[in-house]
Design a protein around this ligand. Structure first.
Ligand code: NGF
Length: 292
């Protein structure tokens, strides 16, 4: 079973004024993260505005990320779509493009039974030809897995892990302890340090695209048992995350990237462009992040 360890940016999708994917900016975001030492990338997730992209754009994005990364790092592609068939089609794109694994948000909007959701994952695992990582994000998907349900899903040989975008650290701890050979990813950047303390080894997050260096140093401090330093770095990151959340996490991340010299455009409408006052706040938060 493939082991996943380290920091995985959930990458944004750079777009131009026509809402077409800007592959040049995508390459810049990826190269900067590779240089910072990330373990891999999570593409076409929430941060990538995947549910605002057309199907062919999601396929284009997955292909482009795999091509740019070129096997140097892991690529996990979120292929979760409204239907099982749609998810499997994207999984085939990911497999052909050389992705390391696929991930899938549970089917949402319609109220499915747990049995239908479990079958959705089993169907993907059978068809994908790649390890499958469950995307547990109750706040966005509206699907709340009980811990026992996740354990049951993780027992399937095709399911390689779960991405825990939840503050429920008790659930995360139980999964780490009981599903030994499966990957349990932290999914909330603001609780990376507590997640490490319950045994998590890998984290997928939106803010890693703008400050992977801070989180990589945090993980190193944790491994070196330097808790004071690790807490300091989590605090620094959290002050930035507070500002991002106040402005709106995804538009704000694109705003920071612009300030850092990579213009990724705005978020797809109905998201609205940032205002000058937002950029002022982000500029200050960035300066605070790197002072000392
Ligand atoms: O933005 C959310 C929504 N979660 C992301 C991350 O889990 C999204 C998290 O990094 C992701 O992995 C994806 O793009 O699919 C937060 O933005 C961060 O912790 C700030 O709250 O829950």
């Amino acid at each position: 079973m493939k082991r996943f360890e380290g920091i995985y940016p959930a990458i944004i999708t750079p777009i131009d004024e026509m809402e077409q994917i800007n592959e040049k900016a995508l390459a810049q975001v990826i190269e900067r993260s590779v240089a910072q030492g990330v373990a891999g990338f999570y593409v076409s997730g929430s941060t990538g505005e995947s549910f605002l992209l057309r199907d062919e754009q999601r396929a284009q994005l997955i292909r482009a990320v795999c091509e740019i990364v070129g096997g140097r790092r892991d690529v996990i592609a979120n292929i979760g779509a409204f239907s099982t068939k749609g998810s499997i089609e994207l999984a085939h794109v990911a497999a052909k493009s050389g992705a390391t694994a696929v991930s899938a948000v549970p089917p949402f909007y319609f109220p499915y039974s747990k049995q239908e959701i479990v079958q959705y994952y089993f169907d993907i695992a059978k068809a994908a030809g790649l390890p499958v990582i469950i995307y547990n994000i109750p706040k966005m998907s509206g699907v709340s897995f009980k811990t026992g349900e996740l354990i049951e899903l993780l027992a399937h040989e095709g399911i390689a892990g779960v991405k825990q975008t939840t503050m429920d650290l008790m659930q995360t701890e139980t999964l780490v302890r009981t599903c030994g050979n499966k990957a349990v990813f932290n999914g909330h950047d603001e609780i990376l340090l507590p997640a490490l303390s319950v045994g998590v080894k890998a984290s997928i997050g939106s803010t890693f695209s703008i400050m992977a260096d801070v989180f990589i140093r945090l993980m190193k401090a944790f491994d070196a048992k330097d808790m004071e330093r690790a807490r300091y770095l989590q605090g620094k990151a959290n002050a930035m995350i507070k500002t991002l959340l106040e402005i709106g996490i995804f538009p704000a991340i694109k705003g920071v990237l612009k300030l850092q010299g990579i213009d990724c455009g705005n978020c797809i409408k109905p998201f609205q462009p940032l205002k000058t006052a937002d950029y002022d706040k982000l500029e200050k938060a960035l300066a605070d992040l790197y002072d000392g």
